[in-house]
Ligand binder design. Sequence first.
Ligand code: MCN
Ligand code: CUM
Length: 806
Amino acid sequence: MNDMTPTREQREAALEGMGCKRKRVEDIRFTQGKGKYVDDIKLPGMLHGDFVRSPYAHAKVTKIDATEALKLPGVIAVLTAEDLKGVNLAWMPTLAGDVQMVLADGKVLYQNQEVAFVVAEDRYIADDAVQLVEVEYEELPVLVDPFKSLDPDAPVLRPDLDGKMEGAHGPRKHHNHIFNWSVGEEEATDKAFAEADVTVKEMISYHRTHPSPLETCQCLASMDKVTGQLTVYGTFQAPHVVRTVASLLSTIPEHKIHVIAPDVGGGFGNKVGVYPGYVCAIVASIVTGLPVKWVEDRMENLSTTSFARDYHMTTEIAAKKDGTVTALKVHVLGDHGGFDACADPSKWPAGFFNIVTGSYDFPVAHLSVDGVYTNKAPGGVAYRCSFRVTEAAYCIERGMDVLAQKLGMDPADLRLKNFIQPEQFPYNSALGWEYDSGDYPTAMHKAMDAIDYRGLREEQKAKQEAFKRGETREIMGIGVSFFTEIVGAGPSKNCDILGVAMFDSAEIRIHPTGSVISRMGTKSQGQGHETTWAQIIATEIGIPASDITVEEGDTDTAPYGLGTYGSRSTPVAGAAIALAARKIRNKAQMIAAHMLEVSEYDLDWDVDGFQVKGNPERRKSMKEIAWAAYHAPPAGIEPGLEAVSYYDPPNMTYPFGAYFCVMDIDVDTGVAKTRRFYALDDCGTRINPMIIEGQVHGGLTEAFAIAMGQEISYDAMGNVQGASFMDFFLPTAVETPHWETDFTVTPSPHHPIGAKGVGESPNVGGVPAFSNAVNDAFGFLGATHIQMPHDAWRLWKVAKDLGAHG
Ligand code: MCN
Ligand code: CUM
């Protein structure tokens, strides 16, 4: 070896493979304003659509008159439900098995619901014309409170379901009832409660909020009447699913539909569903023969497309005197708004909420969920939620604190006592999941040591005494949260969308000179797939990540995949990528064997090529093999070097984490200051530690927002409050606390590279940490459970109600 030959370490470093803090390649264009989003795309003759929306939350629509609007120069068309009926699209199916109006058909069910679609030559004319469409409404009684939705005299929201007592998920027991879903052993659970030393019961609400990505929902539809080809550019998290759904709804053959998701400016689950805007833009393009663009404004985004949460969870835990939990019972009232448009896998009306036993070894449990209609916007599954795992984690993590308080036990000790132990994995939970791997005590102890948990408790005690003596007006809370997630939907045996199994895919093609183009069925919205997917390939086939292009989002080129949400990309597509790469490596091994004139079995893989066993000097790099694959393939071997993999995972992955929040609250102003926030995440094998840290920072910022103030609420008339950033709390760098991150690594045993998802973890674990800190602070003054969001005025009110203002 001469001095110029790179060492093994240098060759490995040059790959920038798995484990490397590789800089995000997409940021080169994003930070220079060179990203290409839907609204950057302008097609010749393009028209613009805008909606006439209902000012009422519940009303009959008795008349729509577009005469004046159509007189405005530049207005091309005004679509109403009547027009859509002609193409059988006045209503559309939802992912949850319900149907949803595309445009108001006789009535409206929530404020800002789409009533008519104006198409004009530019966006401003469209907006002016919207004001000229005359709509007559006849107000109906409004139902806002989900707890009143099943009252016998509650208003009928969905006359279209009149007499239909069988829903998509079994029998409906009332005209506003959508489904009941129950899991677990009710009798055994009741028995455990009857025999328990201690029980607690609390109604824990997770309020309504909204993912509000910076780029709102939007699309550009273009029907070419000559070729019959429909092209749709859109902010889609699942472009292939959009293509299939568009084909099923429109009866345009699927090969004639081309869906392209260009750069997406944040998704957070807001861009999974199919919205009226997409359908109207497509229909308008078919009608006019011209491209039609629809771009939501901020108010439309916050008030109509895919809200999050609105789960009301009556939580009961049974335990022994020593704190050992013996049973869990949860009843959820799920407020779904006017239509059930939850973006869950089809068989899961409440998503994966049945992960609610969390990180604890509950011998028995019972869960029952009732979904109901109210006069609010539809949605429910979005915002780093992992299909309702956010709600489940909040439920159990608040519940454990409530139990700790009743027992007079330290909340961290209560958790340590009840953890599923490392030797219990794979672990079958009482509500039916098989947890793949975990080491909870190690993570918890590492976290407690890192923040000096015992020391903080002593400090807190001293502060409480000082508060009682009147020496300070500040109280201190320590929020503990230990969450287990379930991500990677999913095994086809239990996860599908409208019958399409939730596999994912990768296609990797090596060029003769040894560089690579790869395409996946997922779609990054900011998660950095272009960076990390290349890292997996680099490690697996020994070609530097910088020589690998990653492309997603174009249905004409990418293999069919189910898209990016539920932190499924790494667990599912990540596995497909590794397996496709291994197919290539296997073929490369055959070629290398011929080149080196040895048997395949006499070769070892080493970093970036194959070497002869016991004679590492004799080697062929992947680059040399790629050239040979095209230009000198051995006899009997097809030329070329590429592979496709479709991966149906055997199980979900179960990332977990230990989060601690230390908070000081001024009882006279209600202002809460996060002194420290420590987040330890275990997502198995880590592909890019820097991207993981970025995901955790982003998710924690959202968790902070949700717990400490963000809210979409409604007044008694159904007027939506929080529909602009004036009212909806979007934290800036000023409010956002400093985040400390940490990790342990417990690989997934069934994933080819051992990786679990992480994108949603910080929101799942973060919200309970904040809320538990608030509750922990007020606990010594007598609070048992304080509902979120914990904004300053509400905390001031809590302090006042607890008598802290004297
Ligand atoms: N990663 C890693 N090692 C792991 C796990 C993940 O390096 N063991 C990396 C992945 O390679 C990927 C990123 O972390 O680049 C997130 O991966 P994963 O956890 O698989 O999640 P997804 O890619 O499926 O992203 C979805 C998830 C969801 S559901 C929401 S909601 C959310 C989130 O990602 N929306 C986001 N994070 C977001 N981040 C941004 N910037 N924008 C959004 O809209
Ligand atoms: Cu539930 S929000 Mo993400 O799954 O896109």
